[in-house]
Design a protein around this ligand. Structure first.
Ligand code: NAD
Ligand code: DAU
Length: 369
């Protein structure tokens, strides 16, 4: 693997992956294709290690001519596909963009890869030396009951939000290209990530930033929903391992093995902030917790069985939830310039109003009763 096309590399996991790869692989060239939607930012790509091995291209994965040109111009032998619409709440309020990017965008990349790798033949390699890695989610498996075993690679797909359905659809397309055309691919289905550079619409960074400003900490429903939290750098390490050592045509589930209810995650963040910033006028931060209206169709529990990636490839997460959360809170405290740049985006302020105003109004009405 020499010339890697990363899609969505200005987003949360993609930018962490670019940073990781530049650090651990001294020979690799990265072409980073990202549309810079609200979720992507060049702020995430500042101070890269060895930046001359990274080329950023602003563009859309649905733009076939652009993707064709990048594959040929840079002799791409590896595609790591992160680009997507990723927020479940946004998919509920506006599903169309999820179908376009996640389904049509993945289809466009697959067609371009098929044409370049399998039809035209690469000038410097054969089909066994190329790889399409699709970054997917555990949400394709649906939701677990309290006593169900964790998701394994053979759990049937049962997506339940427009986001999850669009990702499931893209997974099916990738497998179909492997089966029908012989495209060498791998898929990873990962649980909830957290860590540096995460856009503050997702639970953990939202709670940190709201707590710092003394704003309410919105907990959906009863706060007893369960996610399987993984520190982002552990995910990046797993993806790179799957790319180098995973078997083509296989999927690998990746998870952190940390499965507390949401309310506990929020409380832990409050405790870390109380400790790191005891002089804050908002201490104890847990007083800011506010129960708000639930997410429609909210999946109750996710949990990952990561035995395959552990046994086949020797991967294990390095961070526990407590070390990962402490690193993460500290990162947001240590990077006020990043926080300010993201916070002042008009789109972000509009999103907060759109998603939370009605929810909080409902919560206040309940309190008054
Ligand atoms: P993100 O929302 O932070 O970033 C997505 C990036 O994709 C942004 O930089 C955005 O500009 C870019 N993008 C969106 N549409 C595009 C388009 N049409 N063309 C080019 N670029 C486009 O996402 P993330 O949380 O980093 O997730 C990355 C991938 O990992 C996604 O495929 C997601 O489904 C998957 N995943 C995420 C998690 C998680 O917890 N965040 C867990 C499992 C899997
Ligand atoms: O499981 C992997 C998935 O994890 C990824 O595929 C998605 O891209 C990623 O967004 C994430 O999805 P979730 O919906 O689980 O993440 P989110 O951070 O939005 O929510 C985590 C949990 O916290 C979920 O149960 C909903 C709840 N929540 C979320 C927000 C934003 C709240 O209680 N309050 C909130 O304000």
């Amino acid at each position: 693997m020499k010339n890697v096309l990363v899609t969505g590399g200005a987003g949360f996991i993609g930018s962490n992956f670019v940073r990781y790869l530049l650090r651990v692989e001294p020979q690799i060239q990265i072409i980073n294709l990202d549309a810079l939607t609200y979720a992507g930012s060049l702020e995430n790509l500042k101070d890269l290690p060895d930046p001359q091995r990274h080329i950023f291209v602003q563009g859309d994965i649905c733009d076939r001519a652009l993707v064709d040109r990048l594959l040929a111009e840079h002799h791409i032998d590896t595609i790591v596909h992160f680009a997507a619409e990723t927020h479940v709440d946004r998919s509920i309020l506006g599903p169309e963009q999820f179908i376009r990017t996640n389904v049509m965008g993945t289809f466009t990349l697959l067609e371009a890869a098929r044409q370049y790798w399998l039809a035209e033949k690469m000038p410097h390699g054969d089909a066994n030396q190329v790889r399409f890695h699709h970054v997917s989610t555990d949400e394709v498996y649906g939701a677990l009951g309290p006593n169900d075993p964790p998701f394994s690679e053979t759990t049937p797909y049962d997506p339940r939000s427009p986001y999850a359905a669009s990702k499931a659809s893209s997974d099916h397309l990738v497998r179909a290209y492997g089966h029908t055309y012989g495209l060498p691919y791998t898929i990873s289905n990962c649980s909830n990530n957290y860590g540096p550079y995460q856009f503050p619409e997702k639970l953990i960074p939202l709670i940190i930033l709201n707590a710092l400003q003394g704003r309410p900490l919105p907990v959906y429903g009863d706060g007893q929903q369960i996610r399987d939290w993984l520190y982002v750098e552990d995910h990046c390490e797993a993806i790179w391992l799957v790319l180098r050592k995973g078997r083509a045509g296989e999927s690998y589930n990746i998870g952190g093995g940390n499965q507390p209810p949401n309310l506990q995650v929020v409380q832990e963040i409050c405790e870390i902030l109380d400790e790191l910033d005891p002089e804050s006028p908002h201490t104890p931060h847990s007083h800011l917790i506010q129960y708000v209206a639930d997410r429609p169709g909210h999946d109750r529990r996710y949990a990952i069985n990561a035995a395959k990636v552990e046994q086949e490839l020797g991967w294990r997460p390095r961070q526990s939830l407590s070390t990962g959360l402490a690193n993460t809170v500290k990162w947001y405290l240590d990077n006020p310039a990043w926080v300010e740049a993201i916070r002042k985006q008009q789109e972000y302020q509009g999103w907060l109003a759109k998603n939370y105003d009605a929810r909080q109004e409902l919560a206040k009405r309940e309190e008054r009763k």
